[in-house]
Design a protein around this ligand. Structure first.
Ligand code: F6P
Length: 536
């Protein structure tokens, strides 16, 4: 196994000085040869330094790591989350009703569809007003209280699918900072507001605290019994009952759905309320199409597998430690935040499945903002900074605003211009003649040429899709899930646990009494100093 990593490194050493533009000069078919498509979703990776040899080596790496076998194991319900003894079956949440996927010998698909049907019934009743308040008024607003995987997916999706949003207004509260719930509830009428409490475990301190605040807010206007204004989404039915939420409005899911992979099921309830069950199904169908592609397409044409392997190339072979997600799609504004959890909570690990230290880097830092806004903020570093950051662009052929097609054309031109500029850069000679054109001469022209030069050869990938429909959005999110899976499979890590979030939670619990005035003398000097400064 180590040989292939070395062979990849050696190949990189011999090819790294070849400009990206030269790869296009050498191969007139490079775009066709270094792009792949699945159900209308195109991934262009021709503007990376990958050549045929590098790709073959990466595919060989995938074979040696048994990527195909690992995909099959995940999708057939094997307990691949070995530190928690769980299957990993978010793909089952979007499977068609006639699929058979077994966990411990039991087909889980009928149960998933039963809950989807219940969610659909409740969402429809809310949307058409047949589920209404005590005074028979339709609910106008839904507040989802959750955090992490119980928040980021629904937040991202309701924005992404805004053109399909014809249900009640949806709001989201996640942060334990009281400012968040205060500001969200301030604009709402308790009489027409439904609160959805979303927590896989129903123990998360932020969510439980905000839920109690919301219940108190409802009670202040509506009296003691506010159960008609509450719904819950969880794996812990005993705890939802203890909070007084009637079973009829509790939507359960199994522990084999990871929090950051959960928007496809009950955690997606706010999405379904917003856009309706049919659009929600189209979203699931898009993801299911990507699942089928990931499982069946040869790895050389397999979008998620290729995306993952290019991630490995950039991270482990080229040494680029972060990646920027740049959706040229304002409605994907929360995609980078969603991907931060998906990617960094899944693959931010230092040990392999056996608990042994990894021999190489695992998950990169993931960040980003929509274009064109980012262009006026951090793109300076992308173009001329000392670090190379691989970038990933997303762009639709058409927007949802036919009257504003000229603005969409501007968006497309900017997106394509950025990947071109990152690839081509600008030579010193060209920069020098630009400086001269601006009136600089001699040493001044030379000095300015340094500032006006761009190194270029900065790799990018572009995802191009027809339009951001629910189906396409489902494809895109599932693509990234499976890329994270691919990278984790190559590194041999468990992408489905998150022990790294535990320590901070434990320390916060122990610190709370000290924040409230108890003795902190056992703490380090910094923590004591800060406690003193923050005392009220
Ligand atoms: O703290 C991390 C985490 O456990 C995430 O993995 C999860 O998505 C989030 O907290 C919320 O958890 P829950 O849905 O159980 O409230």
């Amino acid at each position: 196994m180590s040989d292939i990593w070395q062979t990849l490194a050696d190949h990189r050493a011999t090819t790294k000085d070849t400009p990206l533009a030269a790869l296009f000069d050498q191969d007139a078919q490079r775009f066709a040869g270094f792009s792949a498509e699945a159900d209308g979703l195109l991934m262009d990776y021709s503007k990376t330094a990958l050549d045929g040899t590098a790709r073959d080596l990466l595919l060989e790496l995938a074979h040696r790591c048994d990527l195909q076998g690992k995909i099959d194991a995940m999708m057939s319900g094997a307990k691949i989350n070995t530190t928690e003894g769980r299957a990993v079956l978010h793909t089952a949440l979007r499977a068609p009703a006639d699929a058979v996927i077994e966990v411990d010998g039991e087909n889980v698909v009928p149960g998933i569809h039963e809950v989807l049907t219940r969610m659909g019934g409740f969402a429809t009743a809310l949307r058409d007003g047949s589920y209404s308040t005590k005074s028979c008024v339709a609910f106008t607003d839904v507040v989802n209280i959750g955090i992490g995987g119980s928040d980021l997916g629904p937040v991202m999706a309701t924005l992404a699918l805004a053109p399909y949003h014809d249900g009640p207004a949806c709001h989201f509260v996640s942060n334990v900072d009281g400012a968040h719930i205060h500001d969200v509830l301030a604009g709402l009428n308790p009489e027409t507001t439904l609160i959805v409490i979303a927590s896989k475990t129903f123990t998360t301190i932020e969510t439980m605290t905000n839920a109690q605040t919301a219940i108190t807010w409802l009670q202040a206007s509506l009296g003691e019994d506010v159960s008609g204004h509450l719904a819950a989404v969880s794996t812990a039915m005993d705890k939802t009952a203890a909070m007084g939420i009637p079973d009829a409005r509790v939507f359960g899911f199994a522990d084999w759905v990871g929090g950051r992979y959960s928007l496809w099921g009950p955690i997606g309830l706010p999405i379904m309320i917003a856009v309706g069950p049919e659009n929600f199904r189209a979203f699931l169908d898009g993801a299911a199409a990507m699942d089928a592609h990931f499982r069946a397409a040869p790895l050389a044409e397999n979008l998620p597998a290729l995306l993952g392997l290019i991630g490995i190339w950039h991270n482990n072979i080229c040494g680029y430690g972060s990646r920027a997600m740049l959706p040229y799609d304002q409605r994907l504004a929360r995609l980078p935040a969603y991907l931060q959890q998906l990617d960094m909570e899944s693959n931010g690990k230092s040990v392999d499945l056996d608990g042994a230290p990894l021999p190489r880097a695992s998950g990169p830092v993931v960040w980003g903002e929509p274009g064109t806004n980012g262009q006026h903020a951090f793109y300076q570093l992308l173009h001329q900074g000392t670090q190379v950051v691989p970038t990933e662009f997303l762009i639709a052929a058409t927007g949802h605003e036919p009257d504003l097609a000229h603005q969409h054309n501007l968006l497309k031109a900017n997106c394509l211009a950025q990947s071109e500029a990152l690839m081509l850069g600008r030579s010193y000679e060209e920069a020098h003649s630009i400086a001269e054109g601006r009136g600089f001469t001699g040493a001044e022209a030379e000095r300015m040429a340094g500032h006006l030069s761009f190194p270029g050869n900065r790799p990018s990938i572009t995802l191009a899709y027809p339009k951001l429909t629910p189906f396409v959005f489902g494809q895109i999110v599932a693509l990234y899930e499976h890329r994270v899976f691919t990278e984790g499979a190559i590194w041999g890590i468990n992408s489905f646990d998150q022990w790294g979030v535990e320590l901070g939670k434990e320390l916060a619990t122990r610190l709370l009494p000290m924040v409230e005035g108890e003795d902190a003398s056992a703490k380090d000097a910094s923590t004591r100093g800060l406690l003193a400064k923050l005392a009220t």
